[in-house]
Design a protein around this ligand. Structure first.
Ligand code: ATP
Ligand code: MG
Length: 568
């Protein structure tokens, strides 16, 4: 007990997670001549999600920490599902996270010839055979973890016949599914992955890089370890579900390694997040069926979705740092932890500005008609170097409809008949009446202002209970806000019975048209600019914005930081 604590302490002192500790120990032992090389191996069959970010931070982070290299290797072994659109998106997302692989971009397809040659060698050594059975027949012979499997009737084919058939499989002489190449290992092995695993299958779909050159494609287990070896990877870091694959990984690498160098597979726990799904198959389904607007829909757990929504890569990386890496499969990480990290970063960097989401007009009756003053607004109280910007003030302004009540309860510190509030950065106003339409809805609120109450004037320090955000009506710019909520209405959609699509949250997107933003926001609504609409939330312009129709994504709500700040 005491020992583990000390070990843990030392580890913490050095700031190393358990994977990095293994790497540090390997370095100390002089393994692989002190070389450190990792890889991130995405399959280009979808966009990257927040789970991949965890793997990326590990793979690239460990290489950085030890002065090594991290390769980006596309695991492009299944042309039926892969596409160059995904390759490009994956590159963009890794760059966005802040990592770079330089020259070291590779593809599993770079090694197709070497893998094919190894397969031929295994056939010649009597360690692989062509099986003519269907995948169902093969599956039915697998056995169970407690009962041995059954040998295929094709297991003892001659080397010549196997060589001939494998070559003809690759020439396209047989239809897909007609035959596979299997490793001849042990149908009674306690590790199911050793029960004559499939090495190659026939696929006739052209490949996005190698075209129609190949008609046989290696399975993951026959491609991954060897690709690591061909590339010079020293530490092949992946998620826990690959633990039972590791002996097979080592088995195939043994045919290549002379013992002076070999890659080592290390596994960590994968990330699962509440209120979403992380399976690429399910995410693809949401995209294809139009249940979201695309891979980068801001409700998606994808990095492109998060980026579009306004999450910062720093927020995402801080979140990954905090959850850490272990060997224990964790059920679920709360998405609010991610949101907290993003909010923390946005609080430090977002430009403060005023926008009114549900506007009602206020006329300041005693303010001179036609007069416009400018008030100075701090861009970020957390960062004085961010400077200030100017905001027009005039006789007619918009405030939030919710910030006024005709018959307020006791502790309502916002605007009500006869009560006073400060308009943030400007004057104190008092409500003197309201106009209503035929249905009794308030159309205009009438106020009078205290001309001495502005900053720099004698009444500036006068205290009132509430402070409201506002936008000058003649200067306000109309815009649209998209407000996002959880994509699913239950914490763990993957654990529920039935169709996961039935669990989608019907209120995950709310579109609010006609919000009023101050001119400064409109002038600075460049893509990826981060705003805090004061008292409302964090927002970022969407690429759907057009001249005359600005669209903002609400990245995340503010929580109650404003109320807290006011109570101080
Ligand atoms: P699939 O193989 O089902 O298409 P995948 O999510 O495993 O999906 P890959 O492109 O193979 O997709 O993943 C690339 C790397 O990212 C792998 O090393 C994998 O272990 C890692 N990874 C994937 N999902 C997660 C996750 N939720 N948490 C941590 N790492 C993950
Ligand atoms: Mg995978």
């Amino acid at each position: 007990m005491a020992e583990t604590n000390t070990a843990e302490l030392q580890q913490e002192e050095k700031g190393l997670n358990f994977v990095e500790q293994i790497i540090a120990d390997d370095l100390k032992e002089g393994k692989n001549s002190g070389r450190i090389q990792t890889r991130f191996p995405p399959e280009p069959n979808g966009y990257l999600h927040i789970g991949h970010a965890k793997a990326i931070c590990m793979d690239f982070g460990a290489a950085e920490k030890f002065g090594g290299k991290c390769f980006l290797r596309f695991d492009d072994t299944n042309p039926t599902k892969e596409d160059t659109e995904y390759v490009d998106a994956i590159r963009d997302d890794i760059h966005w996270l802040g990592f770079d692989w330089g020259e070291n971009e590779r593809y599993a397809s770079d090694y197709f010839q070497q893998l094919y040659d190894l397969a031929v060698r295994l056939i010649k050594e009597g360690k692989a055979y062509v099986d003519d059975q269907t995948s169902e027949e093969i599956a039915s012979q697998k056995g169970t973890p407690t009962t041995p499997g059954t040998n295929s009737p094709y297991r003892d084919r001659s080397v010549e016949e196997n060589l001939d058939l494998f070559e003809r499989m690759n020439k396209g002489e047989f239809p897909e599914g007609a035959r596979v190449l299997r490793a001849k290992i042990d149908m009674a092995s306690s590790n199911m992955h050793f029960r004559d695993p499939v090495m190659y299958r026939i696929i006739h779909t052209p490949h996005h890089r190698t075209g129609t050159h190949w008609k046989v494609y290696p399975m993951y287990d026959f491609a991954h370890g060897q690709s690591d070896f061909f590339e010079g990877v020293t530490h092949s870091i992946c998620t826990l579900e690959f633990v039972p694959h590791r002996p097979l990984y080592d088995y195939f690498v043994d045919f290549l390694s002379d013992g002076t160098y070999r890659p080592r597979q290390i596994e960590f726990n994968r990330l699962n997040l509440t209120y979403t799904v992380m399976s690429k198959r399910k995410l693809l389904q949401l995209v294809n069926e139009g249940l979201v607007s695309g891979w980068d829909d801001p409700r998606m757990p994808t990095l492109s979705g998060m980026r579009r929504r306004g999450f910062t890569s720093k927020g995402v990386r801080n979140f990954i740092d905090r959850i850490g890496y272990t060997k224990i499969e964790e059920a679920m990480i709360s998405v609010s932890l991610l949101e907290h990290a993003v909010r923390e970063d946005l609080n430090a960097i977002a430009t403060r500005a005023m926008a009114v989401m549900n506007p009602v007009k206020v006329v300041i009756d005693n303010y001179p008609e036609g007069q416009v003053e400018t008030v100075e607004m701090e861009n970020n109280p957390e960062d004085p170097s961010a400077g200030t910007h100017k905001m027009p003030f005039s006789r007619e302004i918009f405030i939030e409809r919710d910030d006024f009540m005709e018959n307020p309860p006791k502790k309502f510190f916002r605007l009500a008949p006869g009560s006073e509030v400060r308009l943030k950065g400007a004057y104190i106003v008092k409500c003197v009446g309201v106009d209503k339409d035929a249905e009794g809805n308030i159309t205009t609120i009438h106020c009078e202002y205290d001309p001495e109450s502005r900053s720099g004037l004698p009444g500036a320090s006068r205290k009132v209970k509430g402070t409201l955000h506002w936008v000058s009506a003649p200067h306000a710019v109309d815009a649209t806000a998209r407000l996002y909520d959880r994509l699913f209405s239950c914490e763990n959609p993957s654990a529920e019975d039935g169709d996961f699509r039935d669990l989608l949250n019907p209120d995950s997107l709310k579109i609010v048209e006609g919000i009023k933003v101050e001119p400064f926001i409109a002038e600075n609504a460049r893509q990826s600019e981060k705003f805090q609409f004061q008292r409302v939330g964090y927002f970022t312009p969407d690429y759907d914005s057009k001249e005359g129709n600005l669209v903002f994504n609400r990245t995340i709500a503010l929580k109650d930081s404003w109320e807290k700040a006011q109570k101080k």
